[in-house]
Structures are given as C-alpha cells and as structure tokens.
Write a protein that binds this ligand. Sequence first.
Ligand code: PAF
Length: 295
Amino acid sequence: MTAAMEVPVVVTSVAGLRGFVAALRSQRPEARVGFVPTMGALHDGHASLISTAREHAGIVVVSVFVNPTQFGPGEDFATYPRTLDADIALCARMGADIVFTPPVEEMYPVDQTVTVHAGALGEALEGAHRPGHFDGVATVVTKLFQMVQPDVAVFGQKDAQQLAVLTAMTQQLAIPVEIVAAETVREPDGLAMSSRNRYLTPHERQWALAIPRALEAAQLAARRGVSGMLSAAEHELSATPQVNTSYLVAVDPTSFDSLPADYSGPARVLIAARVGRTRLIDNVLVEVLAPGVAR
Ligand code: PAF
C-alpha cells in the first residue's frame, strides 16, 4: 500500500477487502477496526454511524450492499435507491478508510443454503410483516463480519428490532464483535432519517410527521402506564388518517416481549406505518411508570 493511497479505498471483492484491512492493521497495529454495514443511499444518519465508529476505532470500514435476501417478494429491492458515487463522497467526508461495495455474486457466489435463523425475536413485529427479513439480515451481517473481521460494529437505534436481533446473534453465536448502538438522527421537524424518506411526496412527508408526534406523545404520557401511554400515541396517529398504522406497541427493550399493564421500567415504543406506498418505522425509549406507583 502506498502513502498516496486514496481515502476511502473502494473495494468490490472479498479478497481485496481482506488485503486492505490486513495492510491497515499492520500499519496501525494499535487501531481497532470499526464497521458500519449499510445498504447505501447514505444520509446524515449514516454519517453519524460512521463518526460513532470513528470514536471507537482507528480504522473504519463501511459496506454498501443492497442485500437481496432481506427483501420479500413485492418489496422494493429492485427500486431501492442506489447512489454509490454520493455514498463514497459521504464516506470520504466522514473519513472512512475503506468502502466495501460487492456485487451480489461476490456476496452470494453459490445458492445460500446455510443461513442464520433469527428465532422468535425475528418473527415478531417487523418479522411478522416481512417474513424472512431478519434471517436475511442476520445471514448477511454474519457474512460481512467474517469478511471484515471488525472489532466493533455500529447500528442505528432507529432499526431497534434489527439491533436487538444482531445483539442477540453476536452474543449467542459468540461472535467477537462489540455492537455499538447509535442514536436515531432526525430531521429538524422530527422525522427519523431513512433512505426510504426519499420515496415520500411532499404531502406524504407532512403526514409522516404524525409518527414522531405520536412517539413524543408516548414519551409525555409514560407516567400514565403502558396503556395510557399507548392511548396518547394512538390519539396522535389517528388524527392523521393518511398514516396507516401496522403496529404501535411498547416492548421490553432487550427481549422485545410485550409488557404487562402494571409494568414500570424501561420500554421501547415502536411504530410501523405505511404513508402512501412507503413503509416507515420509528421508535423511542421511555421510562414507564405504572398508574398508582409513587413518583
Ligand atoms: O440496516 C441496514 O441497512 C441493513 O439491514 C444492513 C444491516 C446493512 C444489512 O443489510
């Protein structure tokens, strides 16, 4: 590797990736390798994942791969935004060292008959609406971990169920990668940043604000117990009928188990909703107080 090497290095093959990671590791033996897996169409939320990775590691690898195995039939795999040049420019601005952007044949050179099953956690909520989605995510992230061999990987809390599945996966399969959870980045009006926001028309973009408003309502009502909190969020959502709610739930933040009515403690309130043809997800962490509990 030469001193004039361009940053980031863009590699498309697993062999090339391994070569560059090994070279950087030998140049900077003290540095940890931080990894940010993405599907591209990068925005400020991803930029924040990359800067979090940079806080934890001296070498940062970003993957850009639209993973076909996590999309169901009729979902947006074919039309998912692909903006590689802009993605590389963002990675350069954020100081990533390597961008790994393999073609599908490099990630799946043979029929993938061996897969990671995400279990019950992967079958609830998003998994119930998108059967097989989390098996696809768990399998591709396992493969990416084997290819990059990072010390630490960063995932956004916006995809809270994905984060829970991948945290459980690394623990239960003894994968030696530290998982770091990064805060959700929001637009100034509260909408959580997502690559799919670009599908929204200007009207839909306004209607979609009912989702962060509902989460805020839940946060404000968290001292009214689980059902009071969910009613407050539901009230906010129902004021915008163009937002078609798939689920609004409060769950245990780690197990994603549903919560009893008299629950007090940390909870994650999750919303999935369709606005026009776009499915959006968002969530917030709250501290619930059961009614009647002294405050
Ligand atoms: O969150 C995503 O963008 C994807 O699910 C991931 C983790 C990159 C796996 O394809």
